[in-house]
Design a protein around this ligand. Structure first.
Ligand SMILES: [Zn+2]
Length: 248
């Protein structure tokens, strides 16, 4: 669809979950028609799959173990939680994990906290590595993203790729509130948006629904529905190991 600056996608994403903590049918149908290639349904299916893991690197202000799993769809087994190693007070431990998850959800939407985060998606094809997604640079390691990127490279060989894939807004009066597909979000004099109609896969859309939306939407998938796992990493070594293992 046309990139229209008057469309604020992140507002639509933030209304995906209604006040009863359920998926809103009207917004779901609306978003279905807003995106081509059934991208929205494919993104929703990923969000429900239990295959998505968000790794969050702490900024050092919060003390915790070097790698702290917070509750997920897979975490009914208490052995997954490092903080339950005492073998007692599991309820208290779960409660504390829920508080921890809540705090990560809030921090991920706190513009001052700026937590680094990455999405890893487990794949089911044999010998296929996990998929790595970074919203801040609008990158996904999947084949679909790669094929659209190559297509754009070949279509416009005489024009720098950033000129065809990035929309710049230099006039402050024209600034948009939209967080979807925005990169370099901290510039005060310029806004940059990726032309997502040319370059998007279901992984980037699913991650945007979580992080370019509202705490309510993120909380729904991580804490209410519990199909997306939040993993807190407080140690840079673990963060680097994650990158080496996934990206290489
Ligand atoms: Zn992808």
């Amino acid at each position: 669809m046309d990139t229209n600056k008057s469309v604020i996608y992140s507002q639509f994403f933030s209304k995906l979950i209604n006040d009863n903590n359920e998926m809103d049918d009207t917004m779901t149908s609306f978003l279905y028609y807003l995106f081509p290639r059934e991208l929205f349904i494919r993104a929703l299916s990923l969000l429900d799959s239990g295959d998505m893991f968000i790794y969050v690197l702490e900024n050092g202000n919060i003390s915790s173990s070097s790698m702290n799993l917070v509750p997920t769809v897979c975490d009914s087994d208490e052995s997954r939680s490092p903080s339950s190693s005492g073998n007692s007070n599991n309820e208290a431990s779960n409660e504390s994990n829920t508080i921890d998850s809540n705090s990560i959800v809030e921090e991920l939407y706190d513009i001052d906290t700026e937590l680094q985060n990455r999405l890893i998606v487990k794949t089911h094809e044999k010998d296929s590595p996990p998929i790595y997604v970074d919203l801040k640079t609008w990158f996904c390691s999947c084949d679909e993203f790669n094929s659209y990127f190559n297509l754009e490279l070949q279509k416009n060989q005489s024009i720098p790729i950033q000129d065809t894939l990035i929309r710049n807004i230099d006039d402050i009066q024209e600034f948009s509130e939209d967080k979807f597909a925005q990169i370099d979000a901290h510039s005060l004099s310029k806004q940059k948006y990726v032309c997502h109609e040319k370059l998007m896969c279901p992984h980037l859309l699913a991650y945007s629904i979580l992080l370019a939306s509202s705490t309510k939407t993120l909380r729904y998938f991580t804490l209410v529905n519990q199909t997306v796992l939040l993993i807190r990493i407080s140690n840079m070594d673990e963060w680097l190991k994650l990158h080496i293992n996934i990206v290489s």
